[in-house]
Design a protein around this ligand. Structure first.
Ligand code: GLU
Length: 302
């Protein structure tokens, strides 16, 4: 970790990330997020033994978007460990919000990180707890009680107003009778969950339980941590996952708010934030930074 504290190392990572970010585009899918400052860049690395290294805009909250899918999945698995049979664990080789993947499998999602799977997770949490956002926040509070885990209602409303694609997926799932809750309720809850805000430090700390091999965190049993990390590696960065696995070698989840969250089993967690996205919906600068940091720490799982 010593190297990571070196200001010239941090400067080098930031410069390379910001250069990579010039090739990306800030999300256009959610109007309220389309004006985020594209030069924002923050990093937090938290270790299981309590160390924390941060720099840049690591204290600034951002819209977690699909990073929330990781925590809602864990909230569901805590309640129903066999949920994999309904949400799937196949790799994503198509767009995360594709309708095709759902249709080809008679409505069964590929995995919990594509939108169809995430909507199904939300539906199950609504049915089981009556409030999926609350259930996801409870899981987040178990792993990081200090953070506010606030929902940005403007962002949720903004996505709800334009997200015809997610609405189509919701109705597609409903048409296969795969939802227990009312489809509009599932969509509203999903948009609110995606609109949770947190900073890099809060997110890296919240993901530590997934890196834990000793069960000190008591959030999820070992078998489920193994399964979540495996699906994250295969699908957490959508069609970019093979590249992330090949180049970085860490289970990683991305969000269109520009966040990337990686788990290094037995070591710790890394969160990077840089808003411009590549064509697959992953943070361009974030991937560049993650690659340098993971390699400097020798944190690949392979
Ligand atoms: N709320 C976004 C959507 O459903 C999340 C996508 C993402 O962050 O990758 O399209």
């Amino acid at each position: 970790m010593q190297l990571l504290r070196d200001p010239s190392f941090q400067r080098g990572v930031t410069e390379q990330a910001l250069r990579a970010a010039t090739t990306g585009r800030v999300t256009r899918g959610i109007p309220a997020l389309s004006n985020i400052d594209r030069s924002k860049f923050g990093v937090a690395i938290a270790t299981l033994d309590g160390d924390l290294v941060t720099w840049g805009d690591s204290h600034e909250p951002f819209s977690v978007q699909s990073l929330s899918k990781l925590f809602s999945l864990c909230a569901l698995l805590r309640l129903v460990p066999s949920s994999w049979t309904s949400v799937g664990w196949s790799p994503t080789l198509i767009e995360y919000n594709s309708l095709e993947g759902v249709e080809a499998r008679s409505g069964i999602p590929l995995n919990p990180f594509v939108n169809a799977g995430a909507l199904l997770v939300t539906d199950r949490l609504e049915a089981l707890t009556g409030d999926a956002v609350c259930a996801t926040r409870e899981l987040l509070r178990l792993s990081n009680p200090a953070a506010a885990w606030r929902v940005d209602a403007m962002v949720a409303k903004s996505e709800a107003a334009v997200s015809h694609r997610n609405k189509s997926i919701g109705y597609q799932l409903a048409s296969y009778q795969l939802l227990y809750a009312d489809v509009d309720r599932v969509l509203t809850s999903y948009f609110r969950q995606c609109a949770l805000t947190a900073n890099c430090i809060e997110l890296a700390s919240a993901a530590l339980f997934l890196a834990d091999r000793e069960s000190a965190y008591r959030v999820l049993p070992k078998r489920l941590r193994h399964q979540v990390n495996s699906v994250m590696l295969m699908s957490g960065t959508y069609s970019g996952a093979p590249d992330v696995s090949f180049q970085i070698g860490l289970p990683t989840k991305s969000g269109v708010g520009g966040g990337l969250l990686s788990v290094a089993p037995g070591q710790g967690a890394i969160c990077v934030w840089s808003p411009p996205l590549d064509r697959r919906g992953n943070s361009s600068g974030g991937l560049a930074a993650l690659s340098i940091i993971a390699s400097a720490l020798d944190w690949s799982i392979f």
